[in-house]
Design a protein around this ligand. Structure first.
Ligand SMILES: Nc1ncnc2c1ncn2[C@@H]1O[C@H](COP(=O)(O)OP(=O)(O)O)[C@@H](O)[C@H]1O
Ligand SMILES: [Mg+2]
Length: 359
């Protein structure tokens, strides 16, 4: 087992996960209109058209996030986590086709122009990526990169932006922030660079922060420091945190709600505290046993789950995990199990869930 979740004195259940039918204020659903969720993703689908056919990268996922909440999206490489996050930020290449709905405070983002999205990106929703060195400009002082982010969205002068940048560096616990302001990315360690990237992401006080494998490239100690930092900052600012990871044990120890993705779909979701010891999807169970390749490349997951992820250009009739599932039976290959709330607050898409075997 890849380690148990640490009890971080979580606040009560969090990132509310909604089904499309229960969307707030859905006309005709009988649900009385209430305040819109902060971020509400419903039936999101993303396809890429290419020479090899159409890749169905995200196949109808729904979730919502409320202020101050922590949601983890986990899954093995290629399950559609990054594509989903990029869709939320409107950061997909033009070859991507996005359908479904992404609402920020009730405002639909799907179909918006690049110009409209640019105003919202960074200011309302910001993202931290896996490789800090790719997110930073190697030829620019880190302080300037932060002030640029601030001045893109906030009407402040140079002095105010400088002060705010130093304050942000201090907030992300970069030592000697006044001096570090003038340094270049190569003068900083990987962990310090990721702190700078987080400072840039927080520059305009976003209401949602998406951290996509933000600590995967870092050593274990730095990883824990950055995760603690993200949670502390979240506590201070009330930002909602969506953390994306291939590491279920890590995610579950920091997040309140966990969504498990496989082949572009959500296959299991529950409150983190309910998921451990109660995993229902054989895929989720396998993820708990997955170990990073460590010595060779820390970013690549060693596929302890036998077999390969499905070809997303081919639509199969049954459960997409069935060909790799040790518990699969004949019916699994015939019809895809729907994602349903099969226990209170616990959703899964499986015909033969773990711990529920018929004797
Ligand atoms: N620009 C693209 N063109 C075609 N396919 C893509 C593109 N970006 C991602 N994909 C495909 O979408 C699927 C999901 O990718 P991704 O979201 O990056 O996975 P994850 O972040 O879970 O590892 C993969 O099969 C990937 O090959
Ligand atoms: Mg990814």
């Amino acid at each position: 087992m890849a380690g148990l979740p640490r009890d971080r004195g979580r606040r009560p259940a969090s990132a509310v996960v909604t089904e499309p039918a229960a969307a707030v204020g859905d006309a005709g659903s009988g649900v009385p209109p209430g305040p819109a969720p902060l971020l509400d993703v419903s039936e999101l689908q993303v396809t890429f058209r290419g020479r090899g056919g159409t890749v169905h990268a995200v196949q109808g996922i729904s979730f919502s996030v409320e202020p101050g909440q922590t949601l983890a999206i986990i899954g093995e490489s290629g399950s559609g986590k990054t594509v989903s996050a990029r869709a939320v930020l409107g950061l997909l290449p033009s070859s991507a086709q996005v359908s479904g709905s992404i609402r920020f405070k009730g405002v639909q983002l799907v179909g918006r122009s690049e110009q409209e999205l640019r105003a919202y990106r960074g200011r309302d929703v910001a993202m931290v990526f896996q490789h800090p060195e790719r997110s930073l400009n190697p030829t620019m002082r880190v302080g300037t990169q932060i002030t640029e982010a601030i001045r893109t969205h906030l009407p402040v002068d140079r002095t105010q932006a400088h002060e705010r940048a130093v304050e942000l560096l201090r907030m992300v616990r970069v030592p000697a922030p006044e001096r570090r302001f003038y340094e270049y990315p190569h003068q900083l360690s990987g962990g310090m660079r990721q702190r700078v990237v987080i400072a840039i992401a927080l520059a305009c006080g976003p209401e949602v922060l998406i951290a996509d494998e933000a600590t995967t490239a870092l050593d274990v100690t730095t990883q824990a420091q950055i995760m603690d930092l993200l949670l502390d900052l979240q506590g201070q600012t009330g930002t909602a945190l969506v953390m994306i990871s291939h590491d279920l044990a890590l995610a579950a120890s920091y997040a309140e709600q966990v969504i498990v993705m496989y082949a572009g779909r959500i296959v299991e979701r529950a409150a983190a505290r309910d998921l451990f010891g109660n995993v229902r999807m054989p895929y989720t169970r396998a993820l708990l046993g997955a170990i990073p390749r460590g010595e060779t490349d820390p970013h690549v997951l060693f596929p302890v789950i036998g077999g390969r992820p499905p070809d997303l250009a081919t639509v199969v009739p049954g459960c997409s995990f069935a060909p790799r599932c040790p518990d699969a039976q004949q019916d699994c290959a015939q019809q895809a199990p729907p994602l349903e709330e099969q226990e209170l607050g616990h959703w899964y898409a499986c015909w033969h869930p773990c711990g529920k075997e018929v004797q």
